[in-house]
Design a binder for this molecule. Structure first.
Ligand code: DX5
Ligand code: ZN
Length: 215
């Protein structure tokens, strides 16, 4: 699955930019609060506009403090998957249940330096695991290959039936990095610059998907 990240799109033409990737699997939307991460991006009013214009499922990645307070609003607004950071959540088990009760899939994100193993049990409450392959906060950064060890560890547990999460990767995914991520066992690839930086975003999605499938 390919999830173009709207962070790399032209914010003056969000409806057109959304339509430009209608062949993608999910539309990835990065919510940043200038507290959990140094950057500020967009919030609920813009997410609502994106939910209205997108005809593919919207994947909200919340890089915010106190997701226990804010995340359910995104689920109630109609996001398909709502991902919160384990480093920020106070009661991630309850939060996952609240997200699911509001009709969304529950996602748990881990930053590049956050280990995976301590959260295996917690992930039984979640539907997606988002492995950050850059420090969250900005698009256009270089992929950190060492996070693929976490992807491999998660893949093994999923393949053995001990975990039932979709494995998503976010940051620095492009034609040079997607194959190694696919070989490590990623199911869903977030790509910002590699899609919206291309002359033809739809073609970039198709090309990335083909590369992932071939690995
Ligand atoms: C970074 C965001 C990413 C970002 C990815 O904090 O979570 O989703 O948009 O952008 P690229 O693909 O350019 O690294
Ligand atoms: Zn993201």
């Amino acid at each position: 699955m390919i999830a173009p990240s709207i962070l790399a799109a032209d914010f003056g033409r969000l409806a057109e930019e959304t339509a430009a990737v209608r062949g993608a699997d999910w539309l990835h939307v990065d919510v940043m609060d200038a507290h959990f991460v140094p950057n500020l991006s967009l919030g609920m009013p813009v997410v609502k506009a994106l939910l209205d214009s997108a005809d593919i499922p919207v994947d909200c990645h919340l890089m915010v403090d106190d997701p226990d307070r804010w995340a359910v609003d995104y689920a109630e607004a109609g996001a398909y998957n709502v991902t919160v950071h384990v480093e920020a959540a106070a009661d991630p088990v309850k939060l996952a249940a609240n997200l699911r009760a509001a009709g969304a899939k529950a996602g748990l994100a881990i930053k590049p330096d956050t280990p995976f193993e301590p959260y295996v049990e917690l992930l039984t409450h979640y539907d997606t695991l988002l492995v950050m392959s850059v420090e969250p906060g900005f698009g256009g950064q270089d992929f950190i290959p060492s996070v693929l060890d976490k992807v491999r560890a998660a893949r093994r547990l999923v393949d053995r039936g001990e975990l039932r999460v979709l494995i998503e990767i976010d940051g620095g995914i492009n034609a040079d990095t997607i194959e190694q991520a696919a070989a490590a066992g990623v199911d869903c690839f977030v790509a910002g610059s590699a899609v919206y930086g291309a002359d033809d975003p739809a073609e970039a999605v198709t090309r990335l998907r083909r590369m992932a499938e071939a690995s």
